[in-house]
Design a protein around this ligand. Structure first.
Ligand code: M6R
Length: 610
């Protein structure tokens, strides 16, 4: 949700900022811009569209500078246009601001600033910050003081960076609600929305906390609270490798990430699943063991794909660990005055660890006394830091906007949490060793599904012009149906709905005719025959059936037009395997339709606004 990069040092700023913006493009990609300080003035260049378009414009201008800031935008206030692209300037073009977040009181601030004679050019909320600073940046006031005073007036969220013509050797960054990371190298200093924009230059970083401000100069970085108290921050080491954030020969990040799943599932289990002993060790939960033993229930919070992971986790936790579990849309949770008590254990599930709705929901749960934990991918992210403990899923950087490997790693972690909670609560009848072996077998099963890619591409060719899809599954595979439909919608722009298979007859069956593809997830489990009846109902109405079915299922070939075989998997862990063909199907359809798979329209990787 908007990417920010800044550099100040001895090197040329343009390539550093542009390279950083390209790495952050997954956060927003409707327009991009830079501000560079050179020859006593701030030059701003903006373009609608991709960072590469901006790069061409900069090449044509041949600008040189050793201090620069850049922004890639996901529009909130004002349509994607050059005028609304960041950076935004004050009336005299002395101050440039880039911002990620939403300023809730911007219209009242703008009204007042207009009355005081400020001239606005954009429809954005961000521009008020430039004008507020302009008004407060009087003689004798430093830029950081003016920024601090301006931020006292705004309500909302921000990660922002400010540059001034009057203090050309400084950048001021501040954070409330939107992530910012500072980078330290021998020849300069960096600021960015996330570490992927920096690791090419340095691995030494510090994360700015909410309510903190950084003064970046040629002599170093000083961090303070917004109340002007200096904060000494530990420098941390970024551990992921550059190859992990590159495409590595694949056409798209999404395809690479789908293919990484055998490895990422293995990584999620590494050192935690002790197969021989049938045990799970999750160090980040040990200290709250008693809470789990005494818990009245578990609540799983998330949005989008992470919410789907929660739904599949609910089946595991209730059916195996026998603990009441609720799954909540984080975006709804905090507005419905939820009944939460100190006996509740809450997990916030988030790939990015920055989703504004999930963060707000976990704060709500915390304020009401629950034990709040995280299942998060991005190490050091806000959700990871604001929870009392939790489990990293260790999927590595996920760049494709459509989440894939994070989903299967989230489910793997939820499965391990389930086994551990079952043991802690002495649940009888759980064969821990058997389930541990089942978990250990998942990477190989997922690899087997990946080998069906050519078949899936052929199916995609057949259905690429479809206008609607239905995805149906029952039990633990109902969330898989939802996830399959979400993937297709996100990247191919085909309307798709996921439903519990038996619910079809209560309404969606009216949609079925010879043009409607219906994807059934139909493993040979206890409700197999029931799903077969649902398939018959679709057949009777001439719907076109694609079945995700077990490799040894002979009957299904007589009923479905296309069958994608998947290995048999223990029921509640089935979603980890059964979702993979649906990821590949959505991907292949999107490629066949020629959409931008990694950066689908209107979306952004981490949704840091409400
Ligand atoms: O980073 P998070 O897991 O918190 O993100 C939640 C959703 O925004 C995310 O899963 C979204 O639905 C993806 N685009 C799904 O592919």
């Amino acid at each position: 949700m908007c990417g920010i990069v800044g550099y100040l040092g001895r090197r040329e700023a343009v390539p550093i900022v542009i390279e950083g913006l390209k790495r952050l493009e997954y956060r927003g990609y409707d327009s991009a811009g830079v501000a560079l300080f050179s020859d006593g003035a701030i030059d701003v260049v903006k373009r609608v569209g991709k960072v590469s378009t901006l790069e061409e414009a900069l090449r044509a201008r041949g600008l040189k500078a050793t201090i620069g800031i850049g922004h890639t935008r996901w529009a909130t206030h004002g349509a994607p246009s050059e005028i609304n692209a960041h950076p935004h300037l004050d009336c005299r073009s002395d101050i440039a601001v880039i911002h990620n977040g939403v300023l809730e009181n911007y219209s009242s601030l703008k009204k007042r600033l207009l009355e005081n004679g400020h001239r606005f050019v954009s429809e954005t909320d961000t521009e008020v910050v430039a004008h507020l600073i302009e008004g407060l940046y009087t003689t004798g006031t430093s830029l950081d003081q003016a920024v601090r005073l301006a931020l006292q007036q705004v309500r909302g969220t921000y990660g922002l960076v400010v540059m001034s013509r009057r203090e050309p050797d400084r950048l001021i960054a501040a954070r409330r609600g939107s992530p910012l990371v500072l980078g330290y190298a021998d020849d300069g200093y960096f600021i960015a929305s996330d570490a992927s924009a920096l690791i090419q230059h340095t691995r030494k970083v510090t994360y700015l906390e909410d309510g903190e401000l950084a003064i970046i100069s040629r002599n170093g970085i000083i961090t303070k609270t917004l109340d002007d108290v200096e904060v000494r921050k530990a420098v941390e080491e970024v551990t992921f490798e550059l190859e992990q954030i590159e495409r590595g020969g694949y056409d798209h990040f999404m395809l690479k990430e789908i293919h990484e799943q055998p490895e990422t599932i293995r990584n999620a289990m590494r050192g935690r699943l002790l197969v021989e002993q049938g045990e799970v060790k999750l160090g980040g939960l040990d200290h709250v063991r008693k809470k789990f033993v005494q818990a009245r229930r578990i609540i799983l919070l998330g949005c989008g794909t992470s919410w789907h992971a929660g739904l599949a986790g609910e089946y595991m936790l209730e059916q195996i660990a026998k603990i009441p579990t609720e799954v909540e849309y984080a975006s709804e949770f905090r507005y419905r005055n939820p009944v939460i008590t100190p006996d509740d254990v809450v997990f916030a599930i988030s790939q990015s660890g920055e989703t504004a709705d999930t963060l707000a929901a976990l704060r709500e749960a915390k304020a009401r006394g629950a034990t709040v934990l995280g299942i998060v991918n991005v190490v050091g992210s806000t959700i990871a830091r604001e929870t009392e403990g939790g489990v990293y899923i260790h999927a590595g950087p996920e760049i494709g906007v459509a989440s894939t490997k994070a989903f299967t790693a989230q489910l793997t972690v939820l499965a391990m949490v389930t086994l551990m909670v079952a043991r802690w609560r002495n649940v009888v009848g759980v064969d821990q060793k058997l389930l541990a072996r089942e978990l250990a077998s998942l990477p190989e099963k997922v690899a087997r599904v990946l080998s069906r890619y050519d078949l899936i591409k052929r199916i995609a060719e057949e259905f690429k012009d479809g206008r609607n899809f239905l995805y149906l599954g029952r039990g633990a595979n109902f969330p898989v149906a939802l996830e399959g439909a979400l993937k297709l919608k996100e990247i191919s722009y085909i309307h798709a709905e996921g439903y519990p298979a038996a619910e079809m007859k209560h309404g969606p069956i009216a949609l079925i005719d010879e043009h409607m593809p219906v994807v059934f997830i139909v493993p040979k489990d206890a409700i197999y025959e029931k799903v077969i009846s649902n398939i018959e109902e679709v057949r009777a109405r001439r719907g076109r059936i694609i079945a995700i079915a077990n490799e040894d299922d002979d009957q299904i070939h007589k009923l479905a037009e296309f069958v994608i075989p998947v290995p048999r998997t223990y029921g509640f862990f089935g979603p980890i395997v059964n979702v993979v063909p649906l990821q590949l199907l959505a991907y292949s359809i999107a490629v066949a339709r020629g959409t931008n798979v990694d950066q689908p329209r209107n979306l952004a990787k981490s949704v840091t606004v409400e």
